[in-house]
Design a protein around this ligand. Structure first.
Ligand code: 8YV
Length: 316
């Protein structure tokens, strides 16, 4: 019989991906229980050549060091911050992700959070459901959404798609990247704090990982100010969450629309109790169509790698 391809599945994945991993690749599956993991790795670690998992969980440093023959990590997701990219580079382990197929879904989510955090539609929905329209009168006036100064932190594929959507609302787009994006036409600012000081709403769209951890700190939030709003569709790790909670509680920030959090799926009670916050359970890419396309792209990467060692959408 031909040798097993040595594919390891990490955690639950999209049904299309799980089905192919089992039927086409006889993939091994890493147990969730740490005690079982030790027994599993003692028996199978040497077999594993390719790991397949969500970008959020990925292959952390410890697991990577326990897979001596690991050659590639195929991520289901555009973010791959769950994987120790430095360790992978040091060992020549290649990685793929699923960019582009999810750009519109995530940018739509940012637009929805932008509109909701300013116009407070979710809060108004609760107001009606709670019978307050009848008992307490009209819902309070909200903040205007069209034509505002908006900063995009991270003008990559998703950031650009968000900017395009907000331009359609007549917004003035500013941004910060490590380097100016050639030909963007938007106003560049040299730091997150300078960007925040120049705009009314800050949309976070940078990749997660060590380079962006804590970028939106107390200083950036202070620069955004009590009339300012934050939208985050990137990673919870990009924002100093305790500083965000304090700013919101003390009225030093007008509101926040969040799809990602520091310790998912746990969301601090302090955030859940705030009426100026819109909370989503990391649904940015979670449409039927998008997740199927992500699963199919991850499979194309896996098939390609096993066929000839190349990846369809390699991480640079
Ligand atoms: C996750 C995401 O991949 O693409 C990303 O980086 O954050 C999501 O699409 C999805 O939640 C599966 O973990």
């Amino acid at each position: 019989a031909p040798p097993e391809p040595g594919v390891l599945q990490l955690g639950p994945l999209h049904p299309v991906l799980e089905e192919a991993l089992a039927s086409e690749f006889s993939a091994l599956r890493l147990p969730e229980d740490p005690a079982e993991q030790d027994r599993f790795l003692a028996r199978h670690a040497e077999q594993v050549r390719v790991a397949v998992g969500s970008g959020r969980t990925g292959v952390g440093t410890d697991l990577m060091r326990r897979l001596p023959r690991l050659e590639a990590v195929v991520h289901f997701g555009v973010g791959y911050d769950g994987t120790d990219a430095a360790e992978a580079a040091a060992r020549g382990i290649v990685m793929s992700n699923t960019p582009d197929v999810l750009t519109d879904a995530v940018a739509d989510t940012a637009l929805a959070l932008y509109l909701d955090v300013l116009r407070r539609f979710s809060a108004a929905d609760r107001y009606v459901r709670d019978g307050l329209w009848e008992s307490a009168g009209n819902f309070p006036l909200s903040r205007h959404a069209s034509g505002r100064r908006v900063g995009v932190l991270g003008l990559g594929r998703i950031g650009r798609a968000v900017a395009t959507r907000l331009e359609a609302l007549g917004c003035e787009i500013h941004y910060h990247n490590r380097r100016p994006a050639t030909g963007s036409g938007y106003a560049y600012h040299g730091s997150a704090a300078e960007l925040a000081a120049a705009v009314e709403v800050l949309v976070v769209a940078v990749p997660g990982g060590p380079d962006s951890a804590g970028t939106v700190d107390a200083g950036v939030l202070a620069a955004l100010g009590p009339e300012g709003f934050l939208v985050n569709v990137a990673r919870g790790s990009v924002v100093d969450e305790p500083a965000l909670v304090a700013a919101l509680q003390e009225g030093r920030l007008g509101g926040a629309g969040l799809d990602v959090f520091a310790d998912e799926p746990r969301v601090p009670a302090a955030l859940r109790e705030l009426d100026t916050v819109v909370l989503l359970p990391h649904v940015g890419s979670a449409t039927v169509e998008t997740r199927r396309e992500m699963a199919e792209l991850a499979l194309r990467n896996l098939r390609s790698y096993l066929a000839d060692g190349t990846l369809v959408t390699p991480v640079a």
